[in-house]
Write a protein that binds this ligand. Structure first.
Ligand code: 5GP
Length: 209
């Protein structure tokens, strides 16, 4: 969406397996101008993942060097690996009025919100039930049993942070959940603060008459 002076930082978090990645992809397909913040991670690449598109996969030493060089707007340990958001991606896009989507956890989300309080919008995707989440993690087949157990424990921790988010979406039905996500994204751009310039232009025109 092009009417805003500064880009929106659209943070989408959820416990692993709640369907956040699918929802993000749909939003990106719907709004091709949206940029996706490709995080850096020390986690090994999964078979279907593409380096540079899903993540930038780096080793521990490279990650350490990037931390030292202050290349990350935020970084956090998640599930025993480290994940970081590129500061450059944010700064480049935000100044050009381009919106950016972040698929990051609550640690990263709250950090971005504190750094960019006027620009960050936080959405949390909830699973319909904890049984459903466990089932989705087991059937997606990307992780072994120990990893699934770790992700379920982390889900409980993540859920305690729901109050730090601006919006909550329950993903009990993908189409309905997506409709809510899309509506939030559109509504954010209609905020009077973001449309103030338009109203002021109209006032100028009215005064000139
Ligand atoms: P996964 O390994 O399943 O791709 O991601 C694990 C978790 O790390 C997810 O909750 C994901 O949102 C989060 N994550 C991905 N990139 C970042 C990042 O740059 N910063 C933070 N704080 N979390 C991230």
């Amino acid at each position: 969406m092009s009417d805003n002076e500064r880009g929106v930082l659209f943070v989408i978090s959820s416990p692993s397996g709640a369907g956040k990645t699918t929802l993000c992809r749909r939003l990106m397909d719907d709004f091709p101008d949206l940029a996706f913040s490709v995080s850096f991670t020390t986690r090994p690449r999964r078979a279907q993942e593409v380096d540079g598109a899903d993540y930038h996969f780096v080793d521990d030493q490279t990650f350490d060097e990037m931390v030292a060089a202050k290349a990350f707007a935020e970084w956090a340990p998640v599930h025993g690996n480290r994940y970081g958001t590129s500061r450059q991606t944010i700064d480049q896009n935000i100044e050009q009025g381009k919106d950016v989507v972040f698929d990051i956890d609550w640690q990263g989300g709250t950090r971005l919100k504190s750094m960019y309080p006027q620009d960050a919008v936080m959405v949390f995707v909830l699973p319909p039930s904890m049984d459903d989440l466990a089932q989705r993690l087991r059937t997606r087949g990307t992780d072994n049993a120990a990893t699934v157990a770790r992700r379920l424990a982390k889900a409980q921790d993540e859920l305690t942070h729901y109050g730090e988010y601006d919006y909550l979406i329950t993903n009990d039905n993908l189409d309905r959940a997506y409709e809510e996500l899309r509506s939030i994204y559109i509504a954010v751009h209609c905020a009077s603060r973001r449309r103030a310039r338009r109203a002021l232009q109209l006032l100028d025109q009215a005064r000139e008459k």
